[in-house]
Design a protein around this ligand. Structure first.
Ligand code: S3P
Length: 198
């Protein structure tokens, strides 16, 4: 896929720990586009963190906010949008992504064990080393869906073929740094011209 003038937004998907936000921010910088993180938009609108939304209102309420926020965000142009890992599981969200003209979707893939290790590293306070960590409670503080790792792995298995089917491109990220992942995406997009202003 070449980045054509008709492409107005790039959407990054993948499970938790895939690097959607880190890669998305750097990719947006390369393209001169705006970076948006769906979870951050939901948090800003709700005035609560994602774990607080889950705790106060439950996952179904979070999923409703996620769909509403996705629908409004897809109206914006020249954006790189990082989705939450669960967003593509919802059929309405998939239809929105597939049917909004000018939207290209990129799946950042890695094995479940690699993703969980990355989530754990992100969740650790800087002074704590991995051997002292109590993984599930620590992980759940920032990502409620990781409170039960067996259930999280089952979600991963359900979602993996969905991410693949939805994506215009899949990037295997397990062995790549953020910079290398961005370079791999840019190479799939074809020649990237001078930054396009929104
Ligand atoms: C979720 C992933 C999270 C966030 C929420 C639920 C999921 O986003 O949307 O905690 O169901 O996979 P990240 O993938 O950015 O961690």
């Amino acid at each position: 896929m070449t980045l054509l003038p008709c492409h107005r937004r790039l959407v990054l998907t993948g499970f938790m720990g895939a690097g959607k936000s880190t890669v998305g921010r750097m990719l947006a910088g390369r393209l001169g586009w705006e970076f948006l993180d769906l979870d951050a938009l939901i948090e800003a609108q709700a005035g609560k963190t994602i774990p607080a939304i889950f705790a106060a209102h439950g996952e179904p309420h979070f999923r409703m906010l996620e769909s509403q926020t996705l629908a409004t965000t897809l109206g914006r142009n020249h954006i790189v949008l990082a989705l939450g890992g669960g967003a593509p599981e919802n059929l309405t969200n998939r239809l929105l992504l597939e049917q909004t003209p000018g939207t290209a979707t990129i799946f950042l893939d890695a094995p479940f064990s690699v993703l969980i290790d990355r989530c754990l590293i992100q969740a650790l306070p800087p002074e704590q080393n991995l051997s002292n960590a109590a993984p599930p409670p620590l992980l759940a503080q920032s990502r409620p869906v990781l409170a039960d790792l067996e259930a999280a792995e089952a979600r991963f298995r359900v979602r993996h073929p969905i991410y693949r089917r939805l994506a215009h491109h899949t990037i295997q990220t397990a062995e790549l740094s953020t910079e290398q992942t961005v370079a791999a995406i840019v190479s799939k997009l074809g020649p990237v011209r001078a930054p396009v202003q929104p």
